[in-house]
Design a protein around this ligand. Structure first.
Ligand code: FAD
Ligand code: DLZ
Ligand code: SF4
Length: 508
């Protein structure tokens, strides 16, 4: 009798609970490129190329380490479409007494796993996912009994637990958070470093061949340069730490229409596939600070994103699913504009961000939050539609991280569980943090009239529409004071402009 370990396509780490639990001399492993996984949303083509290529490389590594692995390659028309099909085929004709997996990255997949014992008649063990620092039970323990689940408090606990940037029980340099130093507009210099590009190797090219004519996906395949192996991911991390980390903090919130990455790390796809560990990313950043090659605002900001936000959103996801995905606290009813998929809008900030997303399968955090996200919030897009868009268009997108960021942080559809106030902003914010408005057909200074920046009327209309819900929020008091300064004629004109934008959204 033997065990069968199924390795999910985003858990490509050798420090894997399934590998630790199995014996390569008698147990077997199973992996599969699956039509259902490649099509549950209209993924960016680079995401599918990345996941399949990284899976094939990892399979090679497992073989080299002596594991007996059955690997199902993607084939159009294959009857093996889902994880359940894959497992059924893997069990056939074999004497398997236990299936072992590690906790998957999506509720949808966990539901399949939970049905296996009944459907396939085999005991199934689900082990923890070793790619995260905070076990799910620990997150629940932290959350229990708290009225508010503020990220900042969770983050401080994670700093204490991991020891990152700690001096005994106190944060180094006397502060937990240097965010106020991290809001500079990028003035055009210093030039950001070229990110490390990885030419598609023979494995990527083979995947491209297998997908040709079968899966088109969103976006462009041309220009694919993502790390597909652990060695490449480590080189990309080192490159970031040496070249970009020192200014990561200063320009963390900046945007520019000719700079797709500025000083961001581009490591999310590698972290989320298991090619890089959270520990090695944070160790490298802390070492840079200790050796004096990167300042504290950059290093603290970077570590906060990883041991703070990343672990926190995962905890929220698993604690609140499956109901979380259905939430629509603001009662949104607008469909997602079609140009989110094409970039064909006259609004330069949105066009530029969406075109870069089509080109790269990437946008950095502030573009996701304050451009594509903010517009969907102000317009009142149905949460499920905008969540599916975010889940599709980035190479780093998986439900556990995409959903809380979109539904919670951006859309406030969880009624403030994740963010104490909505990140609603007018065009003024975008103008302050980018050069987009200079190249735009609209005027950021105007609120009504044909040439007025659509963000402006939608922003005031959003505040007016949701007054009852938000006016008592002390963080929004100033916003409502500004609403109150508007005359009734101004309010009417704003609402008329907002109605026009909604009615003509495809032409905006
Ligand atoms: P950097 O800016 O260099 O940050 C370093 C790392 O911190 C990232 O690689 C990432 O692992 C982590 N991080 C930063 N912010 C967050 C965050 N809010 N939540 C979780 N991790 C964070 N990130 C994803 O990995 N997958 C997603 O599907 C995803 N969807 C998002 C959707 C929306 C609407 C928003 C606002 C944010 C989303 N994020 C998502 C978070 C963040 O935008 C990306 O992690 C980041 O842009 C990735 O680029 P980077 O590696 O250059 O990040
Ligand atoms: C995102 C993705 C894609 C595109 N394809 C596969 C696949 O073919 N096989 C696989 O095992 N995983 C894939 N994934 C990741 C899954 O959708 C899912 O997010 C994780 O497997 C859950 O841990
Ligand atoms: Fe975007 Fe408005 Fe600026 Fe145009 S004017 S780039 S729509 S914020």
């Amino acid at each position: 009798m033997a065990k069968l370990g199924l390795i999910f396509g985003d858990q490509l780490n050798l420090d894997h609970a399934v590998l630790a639990a199995l014996d390569p001399s008698k147990d077997r492993l199973l992996m599969g490129e699956l039509a259902d996984e490649a099509s549950y949303v209209d993924h960016h083509i680079q995401k599918i190329m990345l996941v399949f290529s990284a899976m094939r490389h990892f399979a090679r590594e497992l073989n080299e380490q002596g594991w007996r692995l059955d690997y199902h390659r993607f084939a159009a028309g294959s009857e093996i479409r889902s994880f359940t099909d894959l497992l059924r085929a893997g069990l056939e004709g074999r004497d398997i007494d236990e299936v072992v997996v590690s906790w998957p990255g999506e509720w949808r997949v966990l539901e399949q796993v939970r049905a296996w014992e009944r459907e396939l008649g085999v005991p199934v063990t689900v082990l923890p996912d070793t790619r995260f620092l905070c076990p799910l039970e620990d997150f629940e323990g932290w959350a229990k009994g708290r009225k508010q689940l503020r990220m900042e408090l969770f983050y401080r606990q994670m700093r204490r637990k991991t020891g990152y940037l700690m001096d005994g029980d106190e944060p180094v340099d006397g502060q937990w958070n240097f965010d106020k130093d991290n809001r500079k507009r990028w003035p055009g210099e210093p030039a950001p470093p070229e990110p490390m590009h990885f030419q598609p190797d023979e494995v990527v090219q083979e995947v491209v061949g297998d997908l040709a004519g079968v899966i088109e996906g969103f976006g462009e395949a041309e220009g694919f340069d993502w790390p597909v192996t652990r060695a490449q991911a480590r080189r990309a991390l080192t490159h970031f730490i040496d070249k970009a980390l020192p200014l990561f903090g200063d320009y963390q919130d900046a945007m520019h229409d000719e700079q797709d990455y500025l000083f961001h790390s581009r490591i999310s796809s590698s972290l989320n596939l298991g090619l890089l560990s959270v520990g090695e990313a944070c160790d490298a950043a802390e070492s840079a600070w200790r050796s004096g090659s990167a300042p504290i605002n950059a290093v603290e900001g970077f570590i906060r994103q990883i041991i703070g936000w990343r672990e926190y959103v995962r905890g929220i996801y698993w604690m609140k699913m499956p109901d979380y995905a259905e939430r629509n606290a603001l009662g949104n009813d607008q469909p997602l504009p079609g140009w989110y998929w094409t970039g064909r809008t006259r609004m330069h900030c949105l066009r530029s961000t969406i075109e870069a997303t089509r080109r790269n399968g990437y946008a950095h955090h502030i573009q996701r939050l304050m451009v594509t996200g903010n517009f969907a919030l102000l317009l009142g897009v149905i949460p499920k539609e905008i969540c599916d868009w975010y889940l599709a268009v980035y190479t780093d997108a998986y439900d556990w991280v995409e959903l809380p960021n979109t539904l919670g942080m951006v859309m406030h559809a969880d009624d403030g569980l994740l963010a104490s106030k909505p990140y609603a902003a007018s065009g003024k914010y975008i103008d302050r943090m980018s050069n987009y408005c200079k190249g735009c057909a609209y005027s950021v200074k105007e609120t009504v009239g044909e040439q007025a920046c659509p963000f402006n009327a939608l922003y005031w209309d959003f505040l007016i529409r949701h007054r009852e819900r938000f006016e008592a929020n002390h963080r929004m008091r100033m916003m409502y004071r500004n609403v109150d300064r508007k005359s009734s004629e101004e309010v009417e004109a704003i609402q008329a402009r907002a109605r026009w934008i909604k009615g003509n959204i495809e032409a905006v």
